[in-house]
Design a protein around this ligand. Structure first.
Ligand SMILES: [Zn+2]
Length: 370
């Protein structure tokens, strides 16, 4: 969207971005907890939050850095303990994804945080599974989970995470992930990622967010990730940028998260445009939407307003998320076909224009055959 877009254009674009079908690849279920649900659960669990109003929570969710965010995030996780808490969390999550017409989500979930807080792994897994199935039936919005190893929490919890991932890979878990503080080593978790790989589980890794290119190189070597969470600080290393483009490792970029956590000072300084123009594969994501006061639709709008993408390019990025997902090849093809048809219809209805999607669809098709 150019700077001279009229207010009416802006409204029409917003409606378009909200209406188009989407896929989201990097969002934490716990970080998407609805403020009203958080207040309800805090009261139920006797957890003392800094505020008892939604407005107050929103002002609490302002962070100077990752550590401040992590502190608030962990307090919120203490409100989740019994199966019905997780049911509420996942029900809300799927409803919100459906509201934004997000048809498929691969979402991070940190099981070991909850078992450390006293949750019963078997019981909450059952509750979550039920909510996922219900959500799919009610809204047609599908959800698969990526349990995260937390770098700064240690190997014992990581053992528990890979075990949970493998136990639930038939219907709930799609990949193994790693998150947490990037100044902690990834090396202790090499075996976990090897086990995931040999069991046929996909792998993703948070890297290149709080730490620089070295954290990306380390994650690539140890986790053999098929996508990188963030990865935005790859721009500090030209050689690494070339490797990521050549090896076609997609970056799951979460612009608002990066600004809220002080990785970059402002959207003007965010390197999404640079990464995109350098030919790396990218998706746009909300990360922890409640904590960063955003939605996936907002992130799409940001890419038009701040990163100079035009509407055709954005639709290409939205379609690329389908190709970068871990859906089976035949389902990807079905999603891509349906999405591009709907994009064309919605562009004509809401924007009074046709899209030049041919090239992007070709690229997605080529992607699929790799
Ligand atoms: Zn994340």
């Amino acid at each position: 969207m150019s700077a001279e877009a009229t207010p009416l254009d802006r409204v029409a674009l917003r409606r378009f971005l909200s209406a188009i079908p989407k896929v989201e690849l990097h969002v934490h279920i716990e970080g998407a907890i609805q403020p009203a649900t958080l207040l309800r659960l805090a009261a139920r669990r006797g957890v003392d939050l800094p505020s008892d109003t939604e407005e107050g929570l929103r002002s609490w969710f302002r962070f100077r850095d990752f550590s401040e965010f992590l502190e608030a995030y962990l307090v919120c996780c203490r409100c989740l303990r019994d199966p019905e808490d997780f049911q509420l969390l996942v029900n809300d999550f799927v409803a919100e994804q459906a509201r934004q017409n997000i048809r498929y989500t691969e979402a991070h979930f940190t099981i070991s945080t909850h078992t450390a807080n006293g949750a019963n792994s078997g019981e909450i897994t059952e509750a979550i599974r039920e909510s996922i199935q219900e959500g799919e039936k009610s809204y047609g919005s599908r959800l698969r989970l990526i349990p995260d190893i937390v770098r700064n929490v240690g190997v014992e919890r990581a053992d528990e995470t890979i075990e949970w991932a493998l136990d639930n890979r038939a219907d709930t878990v799609i990949a193994l992930g790693i998150s947490g503080k990037e100044d902690h080593p990834t090396e202790p978790f090499r075996e976990h990622f090897l086990a995931a790989r040999s069991a046929g589980l996909h792998r993703v890794a948070h890297a290149g967010e709080q730490a620089g290119p070295e954290s990306i190189r380390e994650a690539l070597e140890i986790c053999s990730p098929e996508r990188l969470g963030h990865g935005v600080r790859a721009t500090e290393d030209n050689e690494l940028m070339t490797t990521l483009a050549a090896d076609r490792i997609p970056l799951e970029v979460c612009p608002s998260s990066n600004i809220q956590l002080g990785i970059f000072d402002s959207m003007n300084q965010h390197p999404f445009g640079e990464i995109y123009r350098a030919g790396l594969e990218v998706s746009l994501n909300s990360d922890d939407p409640t904590f960063f006061a955003t939605t996936l639709t907002d992130e799409y709008e940001t890419s038009l307003v701040n990163f100079g993408l035009d509407i055709d390019e954005l639709c290409g990025v939205a379609l690329a998320a389908v190709a970068q997902s871990f859906l089976p090849a035949d389902e990807k093809a079905r999603f891509e076909r349906r999405f591009s048809q709907e994009y064309n219809v919605l562009a004509e209805q809401l924007l009074d224009r046709t899209l030049g999607l041919e090239e992007s669809i070709g690229a997605v098709g080529a992607e699929r055959t790799r």
